[in-house]
Design a protein around this ligand. Structure first.
Ligand SMILES: Cc1ncc(COP(=O)(O)O)c(C=O)c1O
Length: 388
């Protein structure tokens, strides 16, 4: 059974007292555990952490120290990694649509690996980075993913050979394929189907003179939700078995984002207003849709709220602190009745949450404190169990 970072009620109270709210608590040990889990279940697969899921420098440094590589989406992410001393060989620029500024920064920083899924991208890459290594992103349908990226990205398998030939004709090093089954994919099914498609395309490409050496299976690895426990060990073991059987001698990459950072962060927020309106109870929190809860909109995530209270549940509306009427987190949500100043713990909110938070209305982004650091620095915390 995988161990997850969890804060006890006593720890939540102590952190709220020391740092105020809203505060995000980050466990770098959990980041390391998540990284090791994937390397243990898929040995030899090179992991490129998807920086977009949570670009916190402490996460990136922890992973860099463990030998991770990185998947970037923009010039900003390239510059951040480069400033941290991460070598260009450890970076793949895996946004199928790159800006000219992004390509120029990639050139300046010595990045050599890219993905593409269209003819227009071939010309762009070849002009700025002649001879660059490119992976063709294949579209793999997976309506069961929480975030289906294949509505926006990926070449249809029957266009693949034509695009690969065009990349080769432009002098690019067409070295293999990549795909992304969609974020929070809860079974191995979509991966196994994608691997079969890729196997067929590897064969067609070989017959056409390509010598493929790389396959990038993207991200999508899931984390548990309030309502769903997922056997990621069984899932990754099945994916790994298929990789071994179908792609001997091929270097395999993966681009996990959510799986690495999702379970490593928890939010502590507080009730700052209560009202009864239209016969329903409203609770206003000091963190909202424009902050950490931005994942409700951008990531379609349903956050689990722990109130540490018992009692008969009522239907309530939860809203954020801004003056915008859009800033409502949940309507008709079952909860035990709350009072002013009550603390709420939101677990597993490390992915696509603080990454898309804004300072709209002048609210600062929730501060992020590192659990292991505060335990180390403050004697009081050592007595507080990590409830995990
Ligand atoms: C190209 C690419 N790779 C990796 C990821 C990370 O996906 P996940 O967080 O589902 O692991 C994403 C997410 O959007 C992506 O676009």
């Amino acid at each position: 059974m995988k161990q997850y970072f969890n804060l006890s009620q006593a720890a939540v109270q102590q952190i709220a007292k020391t740092y105020g709210t809203p505060t995000l608590v980050l466990s770098l040990e959990q980041i390391a555990r998540n990284y090791s889990f994937l390397t243990e279940h898929m040995p030899g697969v090179k992991l490129y952490y998807a920086v977009k899921s949570n670009p916190d420098e402490r996460i990136v440094r922890t992973l860099a120290g463990l030998g991770s590589c990185f998947d970037v989406a923009s010039d900003g992410e390239i510059l951040m990694l480069s400033d941290m001393g991460i070598e260009p060989e450890r970076i793949v620029y895996a946004n199928p649509i790159k800006t000219s500024g992004g390509l120029e920064i990639a050139r300046q920083k010595g990045i050599h690996s890219f993905t593409f899924d269209s003819e227009s991208e071939i010309g762009k890459i070849a002009n700025v980075l002649p001879g660059a290594t490119v992976l063709l992103r294949i579209k793999v349908d997976n309506p069961r993913a929480l975030v289906d990226l294949n509505k926006k990205f990926g070449a249809a398998p029957d266009e693949a050979l034509d695009l690969l030939r065009k990349a080769r004709a432009k002098g690019l090093d067409a070295a293999g394929l990549c795909f992304h089954v969609g974020s929070q994919s809860t079974s191995s099914e979509a991966y196994l189907a994608a691997l079969q498609i890729c196997r067929g395309l590897f064969d067609q490409a070989a017959a056409d003179g390509f010598q493929f050496r790389l396959l990038d299976i993207g991200g999508g690895f899931p984390i548990p939700t309030g309502t769903q426990k997922i056997d990621v060990a069984a899932m990754t073991d099945e994916i790994y078995a298929s990789l071994k059987a179908n792609f001997p001698g091929i270097e395999i990459w993966a681009e996990p984002g959510r799986f690495i950072c999702g379970t490593a962060m928890s939010l502590i927020t507080r009730v700052i207003g209560t009202q009864r309106r239209n016969n329903q109870q409203w609770y206003f929190l000091d963190e909202g849709l424009y902050g950490t809860f931005s994942g409700i909109i951008f990531d379609h995530w349903i956050y689990d709220m722990e109130t540490f209270k018992n009692g008969a549940e009522i239907m309530a509306t939860f809203a954020g602190p801004s003056c915008d009427s859009l800033d409502v987190l949940y309507r008709d949500k079952l909860t035990v009745p709350l009072e002013m100043d009550d603390l709420i713990l939101v677990r597993n909110c490390g992915a696509y949450s603080s990454a898309s938070a804004t300072t709209f209305n002048g609210f600062a982004k929730a501060k992020i404190v590192v659990w292991e650091k505060i335990c180390e620095e403050m004697i009081d915390y050592k007595s507080l169990p990590n409830a995990g």
